[in-house]
Write a protein that binds this ligand. Structure first.
Ligand code: PBG
Length: 327
């Protein structure tokens, strides 16, 4: 089956995230998970965000869930020494992200929505989002590996696998692999419209995922592309069975968000990326001063048509009640 409409309504957490009207509905907090114990390492390029081992992450997310923040997106961070060109780490079921998924599912059951990043850039030593042969990023071989990685994440308990790579045809391959593995209730959050952006810098520092050489322009969209090409990317992923479609980055692409929302039948997410977060922090390091700017940005995302907002601000928004009243 290509499309399973039940996926987005499978659990209470998913229904709240996608269709809820609470201030917290739709917000997703990203996390960086590392190996080890007791690790809570601040990320200098992303103030307020830490790389955390599973034990620390568990405590942190328990606090988030207690405040009503149900959406969480996990990225694994591995040491350079463990990576290889083929990204074997991505297929291990005992790595930090997989361990975290299992633990969080145990802690919170269906009341939490767990999104697991599925991309090769965090597990390859060259830092590219796929297998590379003679300087070319191979599409179809990469898609096969992504489908395998998705099944590992589904086994660990992910609600959605976040396909953040932009290879052609990967949504369909992931959907088929999930079906074959019996994961009829695991969804695909497709980074359907992802631009080759200069706003990802702080994330690549945080995740150690910068390409050693070259760039991501042969697969991520050219920022100069017309809106119709973005709409086509979204439509293709919808047809391949994506459950949620994401536009990324967010702030410089609100016209694209509006166009995608107007043409798709699936929920639309935006990723308020690391560079956008870092800019706001640089201007307003103090939370009290940041509040109004952050609220205004979130309103802009909603107005453009975002159903889901992935943002490093999620926790501070919920903790401070920044969206509850006029800011
Ligand atoms: C990896 C990925 C990236 C981000 C999320 N997943 C970076 C990239 O494409 O290099 C960026 C998120 C952010 O900047 O906050 N495929």
């Amino acid at each position: 089956m290509d499309v399973r409409m039940r996926i987005n309504r499978w659990t209470a957490g998913r229904r709240e995230l996608l269709y809820g009207h609470a201030v917290t509905s739709g917000l997703v907090q990203p996390h960086f998970v590392v190996e080890g114990q007791g690790i809570d390492e601040p990320i200098s390029s992303l103030p307020g965000i830490h790389r955390q081992s599973v034990d620390v992450l568990r405590q942190r997310i328990a606090e988030d869930v207690a405040m009503g923040l149900v959406g969480h997106m996990l990225f694994p961070v591995h040491s350079e020494d463990d990576k290889d060109p083929e990204g074997h780490l991505g297929l291990r079921d005992d790595g930090p992200m997989m361990t975290a998924l299992k633990a969080l599912r145990e802690d919170h059951g269906d009341g939490i929505v767990l999104m697991a990043d599925v991309c090769m850039c965090t597990v390859t030593d060259h830092g590219h989002c796929g297998h590379v042969h003679e300087g070319t990023i191979l599409n179809d071989r990469t898609v096969t590996t992504l489908a395998d990685m998705a099944v590992v994440a589904a086994n660990a308990g992910a609600d959605y696998v976040g396909a953040s790579d932009m290879m052609d045809g990967r949504v369909q391959a992931i959907r088929s692999a999930l079906e074959e593995a019996g994961h009829h209730g695991t969804g695909v959050l497709s980074y359907a419209v992802k631009f080759a952006s200069a706003f990802y810098g702080p994330f690549r520092d945080a995740a150690g995922s910068s390409p050693r050489e070259g760039d991501r322009r042969s697969h991520q969209m050219d920022p100069r592309s017309p809106v119709k090409e973005a709409v086509m990317e979204a439509q293709l992923d919808e047809a391949e069975g994506a459950d949620v479609l994401m536009v990324k980055p967010a702030l410089a692409y609100l016209d694209v968000v509006a166009a995608v929302q107007a043409t798709t039948h699936r929920p639309v997410a935006v990723y308020n990326v690391s560079g956008e977060y870092a800019m706001v922090h640089a201007q307003h390091p103090e939370a009290d001063e940041r509040r109004a700017v952050v609220a205004e940005i979130m309103h802009a995302f909603r107005r453009a048509g975002a159903d889901v907002i992935v943002t490093y601000h999620a926790r501070e928004i919920v903790a401070g009640g920044w969206l509850g009243v006029e800011a």
